[in-house]
Ligand binder design. Structure first.
Ligand code: AMP
Length: 212
């Protein structure tokens, strides 16, 4: 079972890459941003608390995001209602019969405290992180992509000002998390400035070399 974590500033394409890796390596893709957006869409109490914070581009509190992640890891489904009889996983996996054992976590941890929380949750589940992938690219390329994305994404936190704020937060709060994983030898940095397929190829090479 492989458990991966993927990092990248807004505009780096971490969600896209996480989806491709989930497909290729048969991993459950858990995006805390998607889990939160789902709560907002369903107007749950959690979603109502999270919306204004997300719209500002700030990080929601651990009391909001950690239970969502914990539930997703336990039920091994990104479905918002773990008691539901439906199995959304079959839909997402295009009929593949079994649920994946491993996962790729996208959007968590974003702080060192969250990294420690993730270790704690994984410890309880007798799992461990095998590899941490950080997609990096020059800030001027990020800004170029931000313009593009702000025009088409439709996300309420994708205006240019908000994305710039999210990049600042990433540099401030999330970079220390990368140092945390660098020290433990789990981190691999990937240049994300090329096309999606090139970046994906580099990431796959790193995965195959490290944990396959
Ligand atoms: P993302 O889709 O990963 O870019 O996340 C979108 C937004 O969801 C972020 O800007 C935060 O407001 C919120 N969010 C996602 N993951 C986390 C997290 N681990 N901690 C706090 N806030 C988060």
């Amino acid at each position: 079972m492989d458990n991966l974590v993927i990092f990248g500033p807004p505009g780096a394409g971490k969600g896209t890459q996480a989806g491709l890796l989930a497909e290729k390596y048969d991993l459950l893709h858990i995006s805390t941003g998607d889990l939160l957006r789902q709560e907002v869409k369903l107007q749950t109490p959690v979603g109502q608390r999270a919306k204004a914070i997300m719209d500002r581009g700030d990080l929601v509190g651990d009391d909001i995001v950690v239970p969502l992640l914990d539930r997703a890891l336990r039920t091994r489904s990104t479905h918002p209602d773990p008691d539901s009889q439906d199995d959304p996983w079959d839909v997402h996996r295009k009929g593949k019969p079994r649920r994946p054992e491993g996962c790729i976590i996208d959007g968590f941890p974003r702080t060192v405290a969250q990294a420690q929380t993730l270790e704690f949750i994984f410890g309880k589940l007798q799992r461990k992180i095998d590899l941490v992938i950080a997609i990096d690219l020059p800030r001027d390329e990020l800004v170029r992509r931000i313009h593009e994305r702000a025009a088409i994404s439709g996300r309420s936190d994708d205006t240019e000002d908000i994305i710039r704020h999210r990049i600042e937060l990433y540099d401030l709060q999330t970079q220390p998390v990368l140092d945390y994983y660098r020290v433990s030898g789990l981190l691999v940095s990937i240049d994300g400035s090329e096309q999606i397929a090139d970046t994906n190829h580099r990431i796959c090479q790193a995965i195959d070399a490290r944990i396959r």
